[in-house]
Structure formats: structure tokens, C-alpha cells
Design a binder for this molecule. Sequence first.
Ligand code: PGA
Length: 254
Amino acid sequence: MRRPLIAGNWKMNLNRVESVSLARDLSAADLTSDVDVLVCPPYVYLDAVSSAISGTGISLGAQDVYFESAGAFTGEISPAMLTDIGCTFVILGHSERRHVMGETDGLIKRKVHAALAAGLTPVLCVGELLEERESGKTREIVESQFNGSLAGLTEEQVQKTVIAYEPVWAIGTGKTASPQQAQEVHADLRKMLADRYNSATSESVRILYGGSVKPDNAADLMSQTDIDGALVGGASLNAEGFAAIINAASVSAA
Ligand code: PGA
């Protein structure tokens, strides 16, 4: 049985006071105990948010990491720095990093390996552009990102990894994939895991959906067999709305 995970990706939003206040409001919210909760603030507020959520069971993650462990890499942050500050998760290969920062599967793969080596759980994002979906290439694109970004992982390592399917056309656009569209890709991903590893491994990996998840569409998405949670952007910036999404993912709510 996979435990649902709801992750908030705050992206490059909020200031220090707002970050701490959002973390405190979320900590004080009435949250189901059968869903894992993760917040991913900007690097500079990780420390402050870490203190605000301390003792609540809410996990802390970063939005990216570099693959080297130390040295002359101006502007970068190492996996050990993230664990040092209390992070247990890191989002990798988000579409904004792929498409705005030009990250390739080769680079993302190195980050995934470095994160796992440091004991961090990678939340590896994959997803197609609108023109790729419209030209029937969704499976091909998702499979090539899956193969490229998760290359060389052992069975044990992939079991520790979370995959997030985020169709790029649904991110921040208010256009959500329908539960059926999302389920289809999630089932494809699970098949890719089964083909490369085995069915027990495939059944154990959590696959999140991301792209305009909101309180009013969360329950329908979460009720799909292969959707194990959500990676939430915009709607994670409001404690009440994010709490509603978390509670919608509860097994008892399904
Ligand atoms: P959104 O972002 O919920 O604002 O669409 C999701 C994401 O980019 O992770």
C-alpha cells in the first residue's frame, strides 16, 4: 500500500515573514494523519521554515540541488548542505528547470544520484509540452525523460525515489489534466518501472500528479489507481487550500 504524499512547491514566491507564517498556519491546520506532507520553500527560507515545522511531521524539501559535494561551484548548493539544514526531499527536473534553465536529462540524472547518495528522496519530475501531447508524443517524451533522468538506479534506489508526472501545459495555467488523462500516464510510468525492474518495485514507487491541482479537483485525481499524491504549486501558497488538498488525499476520504 503506497502512502499518499502531498508536496507543496513554493517556487520563487513569498518573503521570509510570509514563508514562516505559511509554515506555521499549515502546522496548526487540522491535517489527516494518513498522508505524508512536504513543503519546498526557496533555499534562503529553508532554515526558517525548518524551525517553523519542527515536531509537526511535515517534511522539508528543496526545489533543486547540485550534484557535486563541495568546492568551487559559485551559486550552487550541495546535497549535504540540504540534509544539514533538515531537508529530506529534493525536487529534481522540474519543468521550469528543464525549460527555463535548460536542464537536460543527463544533468538531472547526476543530481538524482547525488541526492540519493546523500540520503535525500528525489521527487523527479517528467511531463510533456502541449505540442507534444497534441502530436501524440506524450508516452514517448515521458519515457525518454524516465529513461534519461533515472538511468543507472538500482532497484533499491528507485524504490526510494518519488516520480511526479507534470504535464507542462497544466502547470500554472489553471488547466488540469483530467483524472483519466493523468491516470493513463501514471499507468504507463508504472509499466516502465515494472519492465525495467519488477512488479513489486513498480507497485512500491509513489507517482504524484502535478499541474493546477486545487482543493476542488484533488479528490478526483487522487481517487485514480496509480495517482499517489500531488505536487502542488500555486495552491500550496495558501495554508487552508493546501490543507484541503492534503485531506482530500486521505485514504479514508477516497
Ligand atoms: P501549479 O504548479 O500547481 O501552480 O500548476 C505545479 C508545479 O509546477 O509543481
